[in-house]
Design a protein around this ligand. Sequence first.
Ligand code: ADP
Length: 681
Amino acid sequence: MAILLPILQFEDKIIETIEQNSVVVVIGETGSGKSTQLSQILHRNGYTKHGMVAVTQPRRVAAVSVARRVAQELEVQLGEEVGYAIRFEDRTSERTCIKYLTDGVLLRESLSDPELNQYSVIILDEAHERSLNTDILLGLMKRLVKIRQTNLKVLITSATLDGGKVSRFFQDCPVLNVPGKLFPVEIFYSSDRPTSYVESSLKKALDIHIREPEGDVLIFMTGQDDIEKMVSKLEEKVQSLAEGSCMDAIILPLHGSLPPEMQVRVFQPPPSNCRRFIVATNIAETSLTVDGVVYVIDSGFVKQRQYNPATGMYSLDIVQISRVQADQRAGRAGRTCPGKCYRLYPSSIYREEFPEVTVPEIQRSSLAGSVLYLKSLDVPDIDILSFDFLDPPSRESLEDALRQLYLIDAIDGNGSITRVGRAMAELPLEPSLSRTLLEANENGCLSQALTVVAMLSAETSLLPSRSKGSEKKRKHDSLELPDGSGWGDHIQMLQIYEKWDRAGYDRRWCTDHDLQVRGMMFTKDVRKQLCQIMQKTAKGSLDVRTSKGRKETQQEYRNLRRSLCVGYAGQLAERMVRHNGYRTLGFKAQLAQVHPLSVLKIDEDGLLPNYVVYHELIATSRPFLRNVCVVEMSWVMPILKKLENLDINKLSSGGTSIPEATVDGEVTDLSKEAAVAKASD
Ligand code: ADP
């Protein structure tokens, strides 16, 4: 119950400290009430009289879930006094005084209101996750508290963060430690690493179910696929256990792409004499606290997306967690009574192989979007040269971001933001997609481009509706798409959506054609919102013709492909003469093949098209180009010319000094001029 949450005992101390300081760091064990209670404490103490309290979350799921909880506790309708805003979904109103939002949404809001004047308090929650956007917000808040002086309070909250480091970053601001009341957790190590952590977790879970007294089991897996596998195996096994010999069991998945109605199930109290198995990603480490957990099974792995700035390639790697993460996971077992944590790895691996802390996202992401954002901050007194980061990104990734932005005309040869760049920054999209939309507007195919961008933003829509045994393969033969799908995946996405449009956005139509209803509905909504944002951005010079009841023409496909070529100028590939694959035409060439799910076809001579642009270069079993579109040589030539003439020193001049790369894992001195200049972020 909220009444017992540890943070509530410190209400007076918290308020007193906030009153005397602009920035306060609050460190408290996960589940101590930081996310749900701090905003209410501030509300009770009058901080919402002259502005809202904003609470940022790195994850969309957490923003929604915590807002829902706080609305419940305050007995108000969600979206009224308590609301949330995540990308493409705003549930706030005039009456909202506590607003949960993703860190990305707050960054975006700062573009139209650089001083964020509608907020009296900004809480950067879950700062230990070190998401890219939270890291940028930390730098931004440092500037903002100086500008707004007494009428803005900033709270930085975290479960595990090095409070001293953040405190130094904010001129030795006070750090409040909320002591948690964690019960002891007994840790059991395996003697070896298992060959399959799914199988090994399954065995351990059943063992617990048979032998241990009541208490829920939290199992950490690495991703949705493993979770689904685990859930179905557990269901099967639990059912086959001799009836009556065990208590009942409920098995619940928990991950970021779960539909909201499934997410809330983990917060509902279980029926009596029933054990819950919660099979989760690292979302259950600190973001979402599930009560009732007594046993934790920790695979020791996490799925991490990493970006290689040299090749522009992403990889989705299953990597070892850090010691901090392992301890967080174990801690989940001791919230209500003494618990047990089963680590599926030997203690020597924990001590000797696990890194101490997780590498912050800023050091493993593409920075093009963030650099563009920082360059577009239109504040006269901000000198991006002196923008500091808690941990600066590497020189290589800043240079990569500058190159990308230059190729799509967002910055000029001197690194200064262009008119196009400014317009791009206003769209809540990655730079390649915002550039595509602006170009499509010029080429008279904005309507089609909006559809494609919306389809890409709701990635799940093209996957078959998941059912047991269904293969994850796109089979849309039944759609009988018009000629043109040979132009690649983007054009096919457009055709699918247009067909659905002509079918009156019918839900049945989606299931009949093996498309995800939720994904398609989301696409429709995203498309509508993007259209509205474009309307504002382009100030009336828009050309969004409705294509209802009309068939796309080859000329329109051509215009769209041409626009995509401009937007994806940094993601271009040329067919290899001797191999059945492509070579990327970026800074460093990378050999890659078209993803097996792509609809791109070979011609009568068995050849792939000469040039394609791709949405993503991703290494799974090997490097693949995901979502490709055929482009023409005459469009590619000007881009190659630009690449040839590119002078990285000039690009990074434009007021930009790029900090030296930091050594992985080393703690960087915050006060150092980690300054990213105009061009970097
Ligand atoms: P912290 O931010 O310190 O990790 P929270 O404020 O998130 O702590 O959680 C405090 C308590 O509120 C926990 O017991 C948690 O289970 C509960 N809680 C949080 N979100 C929800 C929700 N959506 N529904 C039900 N309970 C929730």
